[in-house]
Write a protein that binds this ligand. Sequence first.
Ligand code: HEM
Length: 399
Amino acid sequence: MDKTRHDSLGLEHTSSCNAWSLTISALESSVADHLQCPRSIPARLPSPSFQPPYPGFSVRFPQDVSQLVIAIVGSQHRPSVSPTSVAVSTSHAAISSFLASTRPSTPPSFVEWASVTDNRGYYNLCALAYWDGKSSYESWASSSGFKAWWDGLDADADSQDDDLDQGPGWFLEILSPTTDRFETLFNTDSAREGSSHFAGACMSSAVQEHGYWGSMRDRIPLSQTDVLSANNTRLPSPSQLTDSNADHRKKRITIPRHRNLAIIRSGQDWSTTTPEERKLYLQTMHPILQKGMDFLQNHGKEEVGCYSCRFMHVLDSETEKTDRTFGLAYFDELASLERWSKEHETHLAIFGGFFRYAQQLGNNVTLRVFHEVMVLEEGQQFFEYVGCHGDTGMLASRG
Ligand code: HEM
């Protein structure tokens, strides 16, 4: 007879769900040895001998990597501009020319292109570029000519204003967490995403800190000694434009820095699934996920502390969509992200849907999911927008 039990995520299992009760003998901590320290803040781990009900893995960086940089560089095109237009292609070429430049000695370790049409109908195209150190990023930005190009963009000339030029808006979002403010979780150790492309990076063995609410926090090394709260303190950026009543579409706007801003990039890859699983994913999971991302985009700020959410499609050429997506969301603090994932019906639907999906596949899931989460202090973030509409990225955090 099946025995019903509830695990740390509140999921109901029966003893016939064999794959969920597999024993993982050699669990390691998601927090790398050199980042472990005596805790002044208790972990959320249910018990020291806790065994997650399914395996999860984290990226390990070489010890000399203490900070990473993720630069999100994009163009924004008004609804009348087709994603396949010359205008979009020209923007892609402009950004690519810096990322692919052979001049810099420190090119990005990894670049990925992605796009989304936002809730105002604007097409946003961007590159996500990763460096394994801030000095590498800075050296690339100046030697490739990117910095000079970015600083020289003319907000008026490139405005989205209907009466002016038809040029795109531009955005630059630089996330540079130290490794003690960064965590990853993958459902497989064979996938490579984002920061796992760094030279010398590898995947951990199965980690202990997952499979319970609060495990994301436990995986962030600094949470051992810091509650990572925002306290709602916003510090002005050196070049901040304070005229919030002005038409942002004609402006270059630098966003005030937020204490302990929490960012998640949560990815899904169904490119290697069987035809049966692919169909199931697209018919069941993808719509629920879209609904959750729509909620965060349209109501996140007022209801759950999410300033911005883009549900992006990864591209393999200028416009060609792959079988990979990710949600990129900016929350006012980690506690808000935790609350949304644990309590809000939209993530609970995604989460519950996933376990039903797994059950339908007899727990033989080949869908790959991962996330990268970071909590940024003031000096580890830079958000600047040139001629973008007012709901773009962190522009939405104003007012
Ligand atoms: C198909 C898509 C998704 C699936 C299947 C999924 C499923 C899950 C699962 C199974 C967990 C528990 C992981 C563990 O600890 O072992 C989890 C945690 C979490 N998910 Fe999702 N999720 C998806 C998309 C997203 C997206 C797009 C976001 C945010 C933009 C998100 C935010 C979170 C957060 C923050 C946690 C950690 C909660 C904590 O440990 O406190 N998820 N999700």
